[in-house]
Design a protein around this ligand. Structure first.
Ligand code: ADP
Ligand code: MG
Length: 572
């Protein structure tokens, strides 16, 4: 007898659910997208215990009649496409007709819906894919879907869920994305019964971005002038020249209203900012691309996160042009982040260059500390002679006819890293209390993450706590980063830590990545030491490190040009 059997409908839905429904955030995505497709003006998302206990999405959209309410739970039931040609001109968010049956197959599911003109509403209850109850019920016009105990019947999938705080942060991030895509829709979100988000409808994307991320964030953006290139139009907001974040969280690309992640869009943006942004930073941007539905295939990923473009090259030029058009009119951000010194050295006072020339005078070399450093630097014995500074980044030393260049930021990073590792071995990274606590506006997603990781942040020297629904009160900052604006410290640190640490616990790997994050942050804006003594001290401290030659992230701290190399360069 053959081994192949047709899967039962429930099992097939559970399999499909594996692709569409990974976690509570994906449930929210599917449900809210359905509400948007149904023409809702107001959408409320409630969730409990990171969405694992309950997700409830309520909308004031079209609603469904009784037969549709039943039918929408069948696999491949959709009102959005009818024939395969429709696949080439999709203008709704959903079209696969998979989400509801998939979700209903892995949860306790209740759908309550009523059409505006309908006499009464319908309520359908499904338990792990099995229809339990259908009844007439009195509902407000619109649709409400409750998803309880996600994955209660598929323990294998439940195991893959992260902690409640992480799931909540993902879920809030998802709402953030949908809210940015649809400023015209009012969004409310309640977490464990507490309102964490209330967004008024607006025609203006900037207002929505401000409501989510605060005025300060908006100030860092410039509008992309509307642009149309061979049938692709684009508009949105992009960071001012030189503004960058380590995470791509603040980069959102929407193609025909759908958020997608694609290197075809992110790479040219990064390329456009080449030379303006330090390596590893990405310009925040919210860009909306419009094109005829046939120019993009969104049926390549079950959760529709990826798409295929008919003409990727064209998109690349659109992104490049859009960024340049926006920046042409923009001046660098008024709140100059110290990162900027790498893209525009002229930001620093010109006198600095002259000051460095002074250090040149060999008369000061006598001040060289007497400590021989030969044993740490092997071939560089005896004491390298300080020559001077090159620009704002490098110290030059002469060492037995070779040239030694030290990059000050990398050097500082290495040195702080080893100190922080030592601190974390016994306690916390030293913090400095702020005279007046600073209150920062935050998105609910960021706040949730911070809340979940406060002990981690505490160890990093950052003492902060949520303050109302949309703000964070910062009481203390890492002492070695005190030269940076508090908002930069918080955002950078959160970005770094989000990237590097999975769990809020502090095992030794977590400590190392914590030390790496804080040192990377605190080294931003490292200044050239003034004078030969200070320069030597810096070199000496660097050489006293266990691993002096690179940052924890692998960037070199120093580079040596040997006499051989020099003479090769000057030979005929
Ligand atoms: P898809 O969105 O791909 O069509 P879904 O499984 O998400 O598939 O939804 C199935 C159908 O149920 C939709 O096509 C739509 O007709 C209906 N539906 C789902 N959610 C809502 C809602 N909130 N309001 C009105 N109709 C809805
Ligand atoms: Mg859908």
């Amino acid at each position: 007898m053959g081994q192949i059997r047709l899967l039962s409908d429930i099992l097939a839905s559970q399999v499909a659910a594996g692709e569409v429904v990974e976690r509570p955030a994906s449930v929210v995505k599917e449900l809210v997208e359905n509400s948007i497709d149904a023409g809702a003006h107001r959408i409320t998302v409630e969730f409990h215990q990171g969405g694992t206990r309950l997700i409830r999405v309520t909308d004031d959209g079209s609603g469904m009649d009784r037969s549709d309410a039943m039918l929408c739970l069948e696999r491949h039931a959709t009102s959005k496409i009818r024939q395969s040609a429709d696949l080439m001109k999709i203008n709704t968010l959903g079209f696969r007709g998979e989400a509801l049956p998939s979700i209903a197959s892995v949860s306790r599911f209740r759908l309550s819906t009523r059409q505006r003109e309908g006499e009464s509403g319908t309520s359908v209850e499904v338990n792990g894919g099995k229809l339990v109850d259908v009844k007439e019920s009195g509902e407000a016009p619109g649709t409400r879907i409750e998803v309880s105990d996600l994955f209660f019947n598929v323990p294998a999938r439940r195991k893959f869920l992260r902690g409640e705080q992480t799931e909540a942060a993902n879920l809030l991030r998802q709402i953030e994305i949908l809210a940015v895509a649809h400023p015209e829709i009012a969004f409310t979100c309640l977490r464990d019964g507490r309102e964490v988000l209330r967004l008024a409808p607006t025609e203006d994307l900037a207002v929505r971005l401000r409501d989510l991320h605060g005025e300060e964030f908006l100030q860092k953006l410039v509008p992309v002038p509307p642009l149309d290139l061979e049938g692709i139009n684009v508009y949105g907001w992009i960071a001012r020249p030189g503004e960058g974040r380590t995470s791509r969280n603040l980069q959102m690309f929407f193609v025909n209203g759908r958020m997608i992640q694609s290197p075809i869009l992110s790479l040219p943006l990064r390329e456009a900012s080449d030379g303006m942004l330090a390596k590893g930073l990405h310009p925040p941007a919210v860009l909306f691309f419009g094109m005829e539905p046939g120019a993009v295939d969104c049926n390549v990923h079950p959760a529709k996160r990826e798409v295929r473009f008919r003409d990727p090259g064209l998109l690349r030029s659109v992104v490049l042009r859009a960024a340049r058009a926006a920046w042409e009119t923009a001046s660098p951000s008024p709140s100059v982040s110290v990162e900027n010194i790498y893209w525009k050295p002229s930001v620093l006072p010109q006198q600095r260059e002259f000051a460095n020339v002074e250090i040149h005078s060999s008369a000061r070399i006598e001040e060289t500390p007497a400590h021989p450093i030969s044993n740490t630097l092997g071939s560089l014995a005896p004491i390298p002679r300080f020559i001077g500074a090159l620009g704002t980044r490098y110290l030059l030393f002469e060492d037995q006819e070779s040239l030694l260049l030290v990059e000050i930021r990398a050097a500082r990073e290495r040195q702080l890293y080893e100190r922080f590792c030592a601190c974390l071995g016994t306690g916390e990274i030293e913090s400095q209390r702020l005279l007046i606590p600073e209150v920062l506006e935050m998105s609910p997603g960021e706040l949730a993450w911070i809340d979940a990781h406060c002990s981690l942040l505490h160890a990093a020297g950052l003492v902060a706590e949520p303050f109302g629904a949309n703000s964070l009160k910062v009481d203390a900052i890492p002492a070695d980063a005190a030269h940076l604006p508090v908002s930069q410290i918080v955002s950078t640190l959160v970005d770094y830590l989000r990237e590097s640490s999975e769990s809020p616990s502090l095992d030794s790997a977590a400590k190392e990545s914590l030390a790496a994050s804080v040192s990377r942050l605190a080294a931003v804006g490292a200044r050239l030491p003034e004078g030969a003594v200070a320069a030597h001290m810096l070199l000496e401290q660097l050489l006293a490190c266990d691993l002096p030659y690179a940052t924890p992230g692998g960037r070199p701290t120093m580079s040596q040009i040997s006499p051989g190399e020099l003479s090769r360069r000057f030979s005929a």
